[in-house]
Design a protein around this ligand. Structure first.
Ligand SMILES: CCCCCCCCCCCCC/C=C/[C@@H](O)[C@H](COP(=O)(O)O)NC(=O)CCCCCCCCCCCCCCC
Ligand SMILES: Nc1ncnc2c1ncn2[C@@H]1O[C@H](COP(=O)(O)OP(=O)(O)O)[C@@H](O)[C@H]1O
Ligand SMILES: [Ca+2]
Length: 559
């Protein structure tokens, strides 16, 4: 077979101007070759530049021959044609590529090049397609789950109108399941789905729906590999299949904190270009029983109570969180208990850093590497258990308005910098935020700082620790009591009840325990043990990209 030259370069017409169009292994560039210079708006010093653009091949969505109706030139039927023929350039092809807009929004943009020669036009289409086929990280076949009841109940519409057309343009085939009941997606992934057929799973819904997907996928992977999820010390096996999130929920924090915006088209484009972003996952256990996984917020007290109350107000849609938020704020419950945690030592980064986790984050790479080297070392020294390698646990007893573990920033439209602005997506740690009992006005000051530039940790009743593991034990352990009543018979039960009455007089003003908000799902247990599993799952995302220096930029990059 004849070997193709690496570089393809031709003079083609674009909007009636001649461009030198070049395709190499990584870039498609087009440069105006007329002498006329073009002013580029918004550039730093209003300088004049040649019209010259480039798009990375990795950000091309598709290429196709454009329809140019050559035979109808004299019949005045231009409106029927997708492209007007240009004298001497009767053939054309259209390249669709990612264009960056403000606030991390991506859009699919088209550029049509006109050629004088049919075989040249075909050569261009073929060469670009060949280049695209070399991008092995792009998904070809996806399994899509849609929650039709998430958020404003627009999931199906959002998928059909905004996402499906892009997938088909990018030649991605899909199997789509619209869920019929809660946990439908989880159980399908866990037991029925033929995962070998797919390069990824797409979740159309909110954080709760995403939680279903990761539970199905992680449980399935552990079952296939013979790993027992109930054992908190087990090293879990990372999932092969990547997950894409099309935001169609109420908070969409996981999408927002990994992409920088909750926008369905942006997310679809990240899936199409085959992005990959590893994510830490917390496992939640109690008494050697697996309870749940969490990737964003594990919140006890305030966020647990907001969520529990909001579940009764689902009919309100996303506004339920504001109503329950105000109600919970006014109720001002605090909860007593003991938090123990294992601080993450030997790592780069602290929760008070000014630098944030961004696309290609060095801290995530460094800390992830460190953990896998540690794991190798301790596998060799197999007489040392994982808990012994850990270091020193710390213990804090107190009265808390909120205990929040943020494994990622938890940025969302309500709080664009999030609960822990400097948390990392894939560093193997979670940020444990303890908000002690304080006045309403002080708690409001803390909450308000989630929405401003001010530091929400710079208050004397708030502390934050970057940890690998933590435990919470409420002062009055309800689940233990129930367990004791069942197991210990009447005598043991009476003794325990007497103790509780002594410790907690029946004033009736405060519920004994809160529940945990686990990625937007209510976890009724109060006593839990949590461990972080570094980079257990991967998303079709790349982390938040650094904002460009100047506002008025757009791709294709002007060079
Ligand atoms: C005074 C203004 C205070 C604004 C404080 C906003 C903080 C928001 C931080 C949100 C962190 C979100 C973490 C992610 C949680 C989600 O997993 C989870 C599920 O998402 P899904 O429905 O898409 O499935 N979402 C949630 O749990 C929602 C949490 C939303 C909490 C809103 C709290 C509003 C508080 C308002 C207090 C107002 C006091 C007014 C006093 C007069
Ligand atoms: N077909 C369905 N019917 C009812 N509930 C569902 C269905 N599919 C998923 N769910 C559940 O709906 C809940 C909320 O979903 P989510 O997409 O996160 O929306 P929201 O962001 O509005 O909470 C999740 O707990 C999920 O398990
Ligand atoms: Ca993390």
């Amino acid at each position: 077979m004849e070997k193709q030259p690496r570089l393809l370069s031709s003079q083609l017409l674009l909007r009636n101007r001649v461009f030198e169009v070049t395709l190499n292994r990584t870039l498609l560039t087009w440069k105006e070759i007329q002498t006329k210079k073009k002013r580029v708006s918004g550039s730093m010093h209003n300088t004049f530049k040649l019209g010259s653009y480039c798009v990375p091949v990795s950000e091309i969505v598709a290429v196709q021959e454009a329809e140019v109706d050559k035979g109808t030139k004299d019949e005045g039927r231009w409106q029927k044609m997708s492209q007007k023929p240009i004298e001497g350039y009767p053939y054309a092809f259209t390249v669709s590529y990612v264009e960056r807009e403000r606030q991390h929004r991506w859009r699919c943009h088209d550029v049509t090049f006109h050629c004088s020669d049919g075989s040249l036009c075909q050569q261009w289409v073929q060469r670009i397609r060949e280049q695209l086929s070399l991008l092995t990280s792009r998904p070809k076949h996806l399994l899509v789950y849609i929650n039709p009841y998430g958020g404003k109940q627009q999931g199906k519409l959002i998928y059909e109108e905004k996402v499906a057309p892009l997938f088909s343009q990018a030649s991605i085939s899909t199997d789509v399941i619209v869920t019929e009941y809660a946990n439908h997606a989880r159980d399908h992934l866990k037991m029925d789905a033929d995962l070998k057929k797919y390069d990824g799973v797409v979740c159309v819904g909110g954080d709760g729906m995403f939680s279903e997907i990761i539970h199905g996928l992680i449980s399935r992977t552990q079952a296939d590999c013979g790993v027992d999820q109930n054992c908190a010390e087990e090293k879990l096996v990372p999932c092969r299949v990547r997950i894409g999130i099309i935001p169609a929920g109420s908070t969409d924090c996981i999408c927002y904190a990994t992409v920088g915006i909750n926008d369905p088209v942006t997310s679809a484009l990240h899936i199409i270009v085959g992005d990959s972003q590893a994510l830490d996952v917390c496992s939640v256990h109690h008494n050697n029983t697996f309870l749940r996984y969490s990737v964003s917020l594990l919140g006890y007290g305030f966020y647990g109570d907001v969520l529990k109350d909001s579940e009764k107000k689902r009919w309100m849609g996303p506004a339920r969180y504001d109503v329950s938020g105000v109600k919970t704020f006014l109720t001002h419950h605090y909860y007593e208990g003991t938090v123990s945690f294992l601080p993450a030592t030997d790592i780069l980064g602290t929760p008070r850093d000014k630098t944030k986790c961004r696309a290609g984050c060095y801290i995530c790479q460094h800390n992830g590497q460190l953990l896998s080297e540690d794991a190798q070392f301790y596998r060799m020294e197999d007489n040392i258990s994982h808990s012994e390698m850990g270091g020193d646990w710390r213990m804090i007893r107190g009265k808390f308005l909120a205990i929040n573990a943020a494994s990622m920033s938890c940025a969302c439209p309500r709080s664009p910098k999030g609960l822990s602005p400097a948390a990392h997506l894939a560093d193997g740690t979670t940020d444990l935020i303890l908000v002690r009992k304080c006045s309403r006005i002080n708690f409001l000051r803390h909450l308000l700082r989630h929405t401003t530039k001010d530091d929400q940790f710079d208050l004397n009743f708030v502390e934050v620790h970057r940890v690998r593991k933590f435990r919470f034990m409420p002062k009055h352990c309800e689940s233990d009591l129930e367990l004791d009543l069942r197991e210990g018979g009447a005598g043991g039960g009476k003794k325990l009840l007497r103790k509780i009455c002594r410790d907690h007089p029946a004033c009736g003003c405060t519920p004994i325990n809160s529940s945990w908000n686990c990625d937007g799902e209510v976890l009724p247990h109060a006593a839990i043990e949590v461990g972080v599993h570094c980079q257990l799952i991967r998303l079709f995302a790349r982390g938040i990209e650094d904002q460009p220096l100047f506002e008025d930029f757009c791709t294709p990059t002007v060079i």
